[in-house]
Design a protein around this ligand. Structure first.
Ligand SMILES: Cc1cc2nc3c(=O)[nH]c(=O)nc-3n(C[C@H](O)[C@H](O)[C@H](O)COP(=O)(O)OP(=O)(O)OC[C@H]3O[C@@H](n4cnc5c(N)ncnc54)[C@H](O)[C@@H]3O)c2cc1C
Ligand code: SF4
Length: 334
């Protein structure tokens, strides 16, 4: 049995109180692999609590976000707003999200299993820690291997070197949110700021978020897609009932008849940073026929470089990224 280390739980009743508590309780010293968290935020706890059991984090204080007053989905005209505490179940089932942002509803509905979706939040999904077969293990397991660069060690077992961590950003909603050009609203001691999701992630598995520790995610803001919008999310995983993605592919775009007038493809769960696929302009403003779909699948394949930090043969996961993009495009092209 894995025992939970001791911590004190503090129930925040507002976003301001959560930020104040975080800092008053010691906050975080250092960052990345040298970070020492005295306090951490906890939303649904579906990622954080297993990580605490594995001694990946040992905070003395948890600041609970479940008591924050608003956890709603709002239509603000040009923008659809999800408060950070909205559950993934709610995102998947909400009529506005299903109608206006169908690929996001699909992605949220494919996270983990039903119990975890009812606890897990969109904020926690966006800020999920990166994952690796050599990291998401018990302290005993990791000690036997001499730990690794992301936590307590000095060697990456995936790369076979001392410099880089390639643990994967493994959230299902993030590729879709990137394709939809979403941003997040953050609250820190100096006030609020907005950050595009495209600027949030960096290629560093032990420090993959360009955030100041303690910044609270209060909202995910998604521009309402224009006329002719279509989108899909495809996911490869070992067990369809529960598992994290081995590859996730988001495809979104606007169509004029059978021709896309803009197109975004983002591949997730391959690296610390989700991968937007480049050079799709060549396929715009003309019918998306089977030759074009085949060629886009090849582009996705060429630009996808999965790491073996995630389960599944890397060549197979790479090939599957292209195949899933082709299947999604074929569906969207009708
Ligand atoms: C068995 C299992 C399977 C899973 N499968 C999937 C899967 O298929 N796909 C997937 O995407 N995820 C999966 N997850 C991970 C997790 O359930 C989801 O990502 C969930 O959305 C995390 O949200 P949470 O509210 O539980 O986050 P928490 O665990 O509470 O927090 C996660 C991290 O985010 C921080 N945080 C949370 N909210 C905020 C905020 N508002 N502001 C600042 N920091 C914040 C926390 O401090 C912590 O570091 C799985 C988990 C388990 C245990
Ligand atoms: S990618 Fe390397 S450094 Fe990062 S968690 Fe995995 S083994 Fe550790």
């Amino acid at each position: 049995m894995l025992r939970m280390p001791e911590f004190r739980y503090h129930h925040a009743r507002s976003a301001d109180e959560a930020v104040t508590l975080f800092h008053a309780l010691g906050g975080c010293a250092g960052r990345g692999k040298d970070a020492v968290w005295s306090a951490m935020y906890i939303a649904g706890g579906t990622d954080l609590l297993p990580n605490i059991k594995h001694r990946l984090f040992t905070p003395r204080h948890l600041v609970g976000l479940g008591g924050l007053p608003r956890a709603e989905i709002r239509d603000e005209g040009d923008v659809i707003v999800l408060d950070g505490g909205v559950t993934l179940h709610r995102v998947a089932e909400d009529p506005l999200v299903q109608r206006a942002l169908p690929p996001l509803a699909q992605a949220a509905g494919r996270v983990a299993g039903p119990q975890l979706r009812r606890m897990g939040t969109i904020g926690g999904n966006v800020l999920l820690d990166t994952r690796c077969l050599f990291y998401n293990q018990t302290a005993f397991w990791r000690e036997a291997l001499g730990y690794c660069l992301k936590k307590e060690g000095d060697w990456c077992h995936v790369i076979g070197g001392p410099k880089t961590c390639v643990a994967a950003q493994s959230s299902d909603c993030v590729p879709v949110l990137l394709a939809l050009d979403a941003s997040i609203r953050l609250l820190g001691p100096e006030g609020e700021r907005e950050l595009s999701l495209r600027d949030l992630y960096q290629f560093n598995g032990f420090d993959h978020l360009k955030l100041t520790p303690g910044e609270l995610l209060t909202q995910v803001r998604i521009p309402r897609p224009g006329a002719g919008f279509r989108g899909a999310y495809r996911k490869l995983r070992v067990r369809g009932s529960i598992d994290f993605p081995q590859v996730g592919v988001a495809v979104t775009g606007r169509w004029d008849g059978d021709a896309p007038i803009d197109l975004q493809i983002v591949v997730g769960a391959i690296n610390p940073q989700p991968k937007p696929v480049r050079k799709l302009e060549a396929f715009l403003h003309k019918p998306l026929n089977s030759a074009a779909i085949e060629a886009i699948g090849d582009l996705v394949n060429q630009q996808t470089r999965p790491q073996s930090s995630v389960a599944g043969d890397v060549a197979w996961r790479r090939a599957m990224a292209g195949i899933m993009a082709r299947r999604a495009l074929a569906d969207l092209a009708g």
